[in-house]
Design a protein around this ligand. Structure first.
Ligand code: LMR
Length: 331
């Protein structure tokens, strides 16, 4: 009996064991029900399917693993393999070129934006990250931002003196200064509490973020200003990406392409649905701007482009202007 058991044991231990899946941790800071949250989940499903289970993707939403700034450190150290920070959050890396997307009143619509993200400029921006040990994989849309505050915002002067939470972008800092507001850099995960406690008076975000973070419950006014855009770069740890077997990497790239198409196809609709929900909640007054009011914001904010030229890069800004036929003097 003992011999039989020994034979069985040796047979079992000599069986080839199924290879352990490669674990890919994907950290992000927004809710599951946002465009980025949904796209990350779609990427997980496709990546696991296309690699036949050779890769297991663990998505950590809602800052559950890391907050804004920590995410970059975790990515570079290899504690996570993927993140999808907003384009306004690269300054902790000492990179300001991505802030070109923060320039106010630059893009009118998603089609213009895609000419940049899908063109040479987008490609070069992603490639520029490799020296920092980061592989830029894709751009994902969120949408155009609205101001929200504890008082109604109809004209640029209405922001004067307000403490406005911003992401860690010098361009957004200058944008708020141009309106006479006091910018406060703060991690996304802390915004709701800060608004509720009155530590800050207002903020800016696309509607999907506003709604899923319940900011409308603590912000009595939202202004549909569309004064700027917020989107994402999906990033991987370069060493991890390059260490993947070629076939696995190809399948992950395929999953990423499809998740990107999905993200960009749902973002505008998700944001439209979110502002409808804010409206019907009855907790927040949604303010529409007339053409004159919007023009006043544009006049107040366009000088930010010139102010940021040295930091972002004059040539880069010109390249984006060319790609979308933007003529600052016409505005
Ligand atoms: C913010 O911090 O306001 C946004 O960047 C959050 C996000 O990732 O959409």
């Amino acid at each position: 009996m003992r011999i039989l058991f020994a034979i069985l044991l040796s047979a079992m231990t000599s069986l080839p064991r199924a290879a352990e899946p490669i674990v890919l941790k994907f950290s992000h800071v927004v809710a599951v029900g946002t465009p980025k949250g949904k796209a990350a989940q779609r990427f997980k499903e496709l990546a696991e399917k296309y690699t036949g289970g050779a890769v297991r993707v663990e998505v950590y939403p809602d800052s559950s693993l890391y907050k804004d700034k920590e995410e970059f450190e975790a990515l570079q150290l290899g504690a996570v393999q993927m993140i999808a920070p907003s384009l306004a959050k690269f300054s902790p890396l000492g990179i300001h070129s991505f802030e070109v997307f923060d320039l106010p009143f630059l893009f009118d619509n998603e089609a213009q934006l895609h000419r940049v993200t899908g063109g040479e400029v987008g490609h070069e921006l992603l490639e520029s990250l490799e020296v920092r040990g980061i592989k830029g994989l894709a751009f994902w849309d969120n949408g155009f931002k609205s101001f929200s505050a504890n008082r109604p915002i109809r004209r640029p002067e209405d922001l004067r003196g307000l403490r406005m939470r911003i992401q860690s972008s010098r361009t957004l800092y200058e944008q708020m200064r141009a309106l006479g507001a006091q910018p406060e850099v703060m991690a996304f995960s802390e915004v709701y509490q800060a608004l509720k406690a009155g530590v800050v008076d207002g903020t800016e975000n696309p509607h999907s973020n506003l709604y899923t973070q319940r900011m409308h419950e603590v912000q009595p006014y939202v202004t549909l200003s569309r004064h700027g855009y917020l989107g994402y770069a999906v990033l991987a740890n370069l060493r991890f990406w390059e260490s993947l077997p070629g076939g696995v990497r190809r399948q992950l790239a395929r999953a990423m392409n499809e998740a990107t198409a999905y993200a960009n196809s749902i973002a505008a609709e998700e944001n439209a649905r979110a502002i409808e929900r804010v409206r019907t909640s009855g907790m927040t007054e949604v303010i529409e701007l007339g053409a004159d009011e919007r023009a006043a914001f544009r006049r107040a904010l366009l000088p930010v482009h010139a102010r940021m030229a040295d930091l972002i890069g004059r040539d880069l800004i010109e390249d984006v202007y060319d790609a979308i036929d933007f003529k600052p003097q016409d505005n």
